[in-house]
Write a protein that binds this ligand. Structure first.
Ligand SMILES: Nc1nc2c(ncn2[C@@H]2O[C@H](COP(=O)(O)OP(=O)(O)OP(=O)(O)O)[C@@H](O)[C@H]2O)c(=O)[nH]1
Length: 518
């Protein structure tokens, strides 16, 4: 989670409301002063910070302090004001499946445009869209090689030329080529310049006129803080910029300033860059971002992520098996595939209320993803009978599987151990749910589930989630929350079995995710 420090400081300020016996204007002023200071140090414009304070004080004065929970009201007001500060109030372009969506990227040199084009391509490709990249940057030497290398790494087809010097011709030709091949997401990377200059804007306009993109995304370096305002305005005035991606928000103190400044230009921010790797791209939604920043979770976002990540048909088969007391390696494989589709595990965890500041550091997360990928490769080397549990995997097969997947015996054994542990949890869960998969069964007999989950999850993970009691409360609370009903309906049965099916899709991987690299 980026800007974690800002979130922590705002949260700490709000905590004072919990401790105080009475919430009066003096205390509120003190809390707001600390929030203001944190925002100013994150380079948020003083004008927005002052407005946030006066709006919250006004709401406080309007409340009848007898009848409301003041702490909750103030917390909600802070969320609302921060969300408003980051909201451009403009709806971004939404790509449509099954048709060619041409998206052109513009920005200054070094902002991270080429890297972000690749991250964006990877994002859509992971969702199963036919995605392609075009390098129309003929200005910077080596730009085509960089894009080519990136595209190869994420396995996305690319188009470019070493000999053609006209960016317009390359962009036009590339778009024509990929449209003919029925690509759904066609991404055009254009040239940057060191500063805003007429040559850059002229070139962007020509490319835009030639390829007629559905969307033009402006990529901007977030480390410049509120200076983003002038840059975003200049690009908006020069070309038809539809939305913005702010990069380098990892480890930069001025992130809050960058985000609020761009929102003020009325350009929607659609993603933020949070690192140099291709998976370091977070979809941006102001409310979700603020709630996660303050550790309040984002159930709506979590439901969307889970719904997108879960393959309903495969999971349906897994849940049918579980309720029959079976859990095959193929079911296990389905859970691991879902984990990869979640995108960032940290980002997913921060959507869970109470887990705002992620439990994994970046190295651990990468290590965990590597492990998930390794396990998937090993499972790819098993035959159908082994995956479906028709035959047991004997020692000689373990040797063959290790050889076939290019892994060690230790890796294969580790996978089988993990599978055994997880299958115990799932089979226990299936028993707890009973035939109908009724939520009531779980809630009437929580100890059974608690014991089984407790045995399988990593103790550090349980601790990170506030203990087993807290995990059970979270499941209980989530089952009551807005949107969960829709998810359950969407999943078919409208019962807890279905919900556990989708959420459970992530539990197995988590048991190994907090293990430190040795
Ligand atoms: N830390 C961090 N680094 C980033 C991020 N996005 C890009 N970078 C780095 O920023 C540097 C510049 O990125 P490029 O993608 O080459 O920049 P560009 O804007 O395409 O440059 P031109 O093609 O010359 O216009 C590279 O070292 C990237 O790895 C991010 O979100 N976080």
């Amino acid at each position: 989670m980026v800007l974690a420090d800002l979130g922590k400081r705002i949260n700490n300020a709000l905590q004072q409301l919990n401790k105080a016996p009475v919430i009066d204007e003096e205390l509120l002023n003190q809390v707001l002063k600390e929030i203001q200071l944190a925002l100013l140090q994150s380079d948020v414009n003083v004008k927005y910070v002052a407005k946030l304070k006066s709006n919250i004080i006004m709401k406080f004065k309007m409340e009848d302090s007898q009848g409301v929970n003041l702490k909750k009201m103030i917390q909600q007001a802070v969320v609302q004001e921060l969300t408003q500060m980051l909201d451009s109030n403009k709806k971004p372009f939404v790509p449509k499946r099954g048709k060619p969506n041409v998206v052109m990227f513009v920005g200054l040199q070094g902002a991270g445009k080429t890297t972000t084009c690749t991250k964006y391509a990877y994002h859509w490709q992971k969702k199963g869209w036919r995605t392609a990249l075009i390098c129309a940057d003929t200005f910077r030497a080596g730009a085509f090689d960089q894009l080519k290398q990136n595209a190869t790494k994420v396995r996305v087809p690319f188009y470019g030329s070493y000999s053609e010097t006209d960016p317009v011709a390359i962009a036009e030709e590339g778009v024509k080529h990929f449209k003919k091949e029925n690509y759904e997401m066609i991404i055009v990377d254009t040239s940057g310049r060191h500063k805003q200059e007429s040559e850059l804007f002229d070139e962007m306009k020509q490319v835009q006129a030639a390829v007629n993109p559905d969307e033009c995304i402006f990529v901007m370096d977030g480390s410049i803080g509120q200076a983003c305002y002038d840059q975003a305005q200049a690009f908006r005035n020069a070309v038809n910029v539809g939305s913005v991606i702010i990069t380098k928000l990892d480890g930069h103190a001025k992130g809050g300033g960058a985000l609020s400044a761009v929102a003020a230009t009325e350009s929607p921010i659609i993603f933020i860059g949070t690192g140099e790797h291709f998976e370091d791209l977070e979809p941006f939604n102001p409310e979700s971002f603020v709630k996660r920043l303050l550790g309040l979770g984002d159930i709506k976002g979590m439901i969307t992520t889970v719904t997108e990540a879960v393959d309903m048909e495969t999971q349906g088969k897994a849940i049918a098996n579980i309720t029959k007391g079976q859990f095959s390696i193929r079911d296990f494989q389905a859970q691991y595939k879902s984990i990869l589709k979640l995108g960032s595990i940290n980002q997913f965890m921060s959507m869970i209320p109470g887990m705002g500041n992620s439990i994994l550091d970046k190295n651990n997360e990468k290590e965990s993803i590597r492990k998930v990928k390794k396990f998937l490769t090993i499972m790819d080397s098993m035959n159908d009978n082994e995956l479906d549990g028709v035959v047991a995997i004997n020692p000689s097969r373990i040797v063959r599987i290790a050889r076939g997947s290019g892994s060690s015996l230790e890796d294969v054994n580790q996978l089988l151990d993990e599978y055994k542990k997880i299958s115990k949890v799932f089979i226990g869960l299936g028993k707890g749910l009973g035939k109908g998969g009724d939520i009531g069964n779980i809630m009437r007999n929580p100890n059974q589930i608690k014991n089984q989950m407790g045995a399988a999850l990593d103790p550090k993970m349980i601790q990170g989630m506030g203990g087993m009691g807290n995990i059970m409360n979270m499941v209980k609370e989530m089952s009551k929350m807005e949107g969960v009903g829709d998810l359950m309906k969407g999943l078919g049965g409208g019962n807890m079995a279905e919900m556990m099916k989708s959420l459970g899709g992530n539990i197995p991987g988590l048991s190994g995710l907090t293990k430190k690299r040795r």
